[in-house]
Design a protein around this ligand. Structure first.
Ligand code: 5CA
Length: 444
């Protein structure tokens, strides 16, 4: 992409309505525009990152054996009356009437809809286990939408639902989700810690939230600092193996880590040596639930078991805050100049800055680099504007591409360009070909 042909409406001024860094930076970098409270348009740069995050979530869900599909945003109130949640959900639910005066709603989550699909099509235990998921917009009429995409009213969520014959099988599905979530967040450059939480309106008392530690987080958390040394890394876990998934769950959840809803000071003090006790704030980027037969019993989602008897299926639901993740990643990775994208989610792989637009050698070298990067399957953003070098650097720093190639006539006389890491600020001179190879290798 060439910047002169792109749509990147960066703001010079810091928007006064934004209270936290990620919100300020997303507005300044031209990633989002508020359309009404808690509802945003995703401008091209923001949309690109959103898609990258979605892609990681899809890949990791499919790797875990979960099946993608798509359900609508607008749902009928009747299903929610069956589960009893139409009244329970309260004012967070956006209720709508259609022209026939029928009660509809904009889905805040999908337990009812998926259970309805399941009961219509699945009859036998032989069709289990089954985990279906989708990535779809949700609406929750939050009292105080704030912090940009972090607490929106309309937001993008991955929500997955497992259907199993008994509790043990459903707990294996729970563990599979935990493993796949650890992998997903690490690919996004994040450490998200699973913590014991509360079921809230989804229900169930067995649930973990995944929290990214950040001062601006909305949740208060209490944990054993030893937990932050745990890394999932590149290990291969067999998702069909009950003991392997169980072992990961135990490794990542046996130490004390709880949100304030489930925190118990006595247990905390008893289990964790004083020097390792931490109280901090965190951003909730996902939550997994096992709630047994809560919805299947209420809505008659049963299967015929091996003994010929009908039994309600055991279920859980598992969510990732896809749009919130942009805010969480920026909170965890920025400096006073702007965003610093982790390589896994960056909107463009690198930037190319032409220090002297119109200079034949510089223009030619930039074109050559651009084509060579594209030929390697990479997406560079070429700043081909006739702007001062300082303004070009400021834009690149603000939008946070992890790597910048700077091209100028003086370097070219020596046959070199400059490659700069956004994270460390370190630069090195190398030939254009070596720079292309290096970047291809980083993303390889
Ligand atoms: N049905 C279950 C799991 S599929 C469910 O709805 N879980 S949830 O309520 O925990 O939401 C899942 C994730 O969506 C949360 O962990 C959070 O990251 C994200 N989320 C929830 N509310 C908002 C909001 N108002 N704005 C942005 N993201 C949100």
């Amino acid at each position: 992409m060439r910047l002169t042909r792109y749509f990147l409406p960066v703001l010079k001024e810091t928007p006064s309505e934004a209270q936290i860094a990620s919100h300020r930076l997303m507005l300044r970098a031209g990633m989002i525009k508020q359309s009404s409270a808690g509802i945003y348009s995703w401008l091209p740069l923001g949309y690109k990152v959103l898609r990258r995050i979605e892609q990681i979530v899809h890949e990791e869900q499919i790797r875990a054996g979960h099946i993608p599909m798509l359900m609508p945003t607008i749902q009928s109130a009747d299903l929610w009356r069956e589960s009893g949640r139409y009244d329970d959900y309260g004012q967070e639910m956006l209720r709508i009437k259609d022209r026939h005066d029928r009660d509809m709603l904009y889905g805040p989550t999908n337990e009812e809809l998926i259970t309805d699909i399941f009961r219509a099509h699945v009859n036998s235990y032989k069709d289990l286990p089954l985990t279906l998921y989708h990535i779809q917009w949700k609406f929750r009429d939050e009292v105080r939408p704030r912090f940009g995409v972090m607490r929106g009213r309309e937001f993008l969520m991955k929500d997955g639902y497992n259907f199993d014959l008994d509790k043990d099988a459903a707990l294996h599905a729970y563990n599979r989700h935990l493993v796949s979530y650890l992998r997903s967040y690490e690919r996004m450059g994040l450490q998200a810690i699973p913590m014991r939480a509360d079921g809230g309106p989804i229900g169930g008392d067995y649930t973990h939230e995944f929290l990214v530690l950040a001062e601006t987080g909305e949740s208060e958390v209490f944990y054993d600092s030893a937990i932050t040394d745990l890394k999932f890394g590149d290990r291969a876990v067999d998702y069909d193996s009950v003991p392997e998934c169980q072992a990961v769950l135990e490794e990542f959840t046996s130490r004390y880590a709880r949100t304030d809803e489930t925190h118990d000071e006595g247990v905390f003090n008893e289990q964790v040596p004083e020097e390792r006790r931490r109280t901090a704030r965190g951003i909730e980027v996902g939550q997994i639930f096992y709630f047994g037969t809560k919805y299947s019993e209420a809505m008659g989602a049963t299967v015929v078991g091996p003994d010929g008897q009908r039994t309600p299926v055991h279920m859980g639901s598992h969510g990732i805050g896809v749009s919130r993740l942009l805010g969480a990643i920026i909170e965890a990775s920025h400096d006073d100049k702007g965003i610093i994208w982790p390589e896994g989610v960056t909107p463009f792989h690198c930037g190319i800055v032409n220090l002297k637009q119109g200079d034949a050698a510089a223009d030619g070298a930039c074109e050559g680099l651009y084509k060579a990067l594209v030929a390697k399957g990479l997406e560079p953003l070429y700043d081909d504007r006739s702007e001062r070098a300082g303004a070009k650097f400021a834009t690149m720093d603000l939008i946070g591409l992890p790597w910048r190639i700077t091209v100028g006539p003086r370097g070219l006389e020596k046959g070199v360009i400059e490659l700069t890491s956004r994270r460390t600020g370190e630069s090195e001179e190398l030939s254009p070909q070596a720079a292309v190879d290096r970047i291809a290798h980083i993303y390889g």
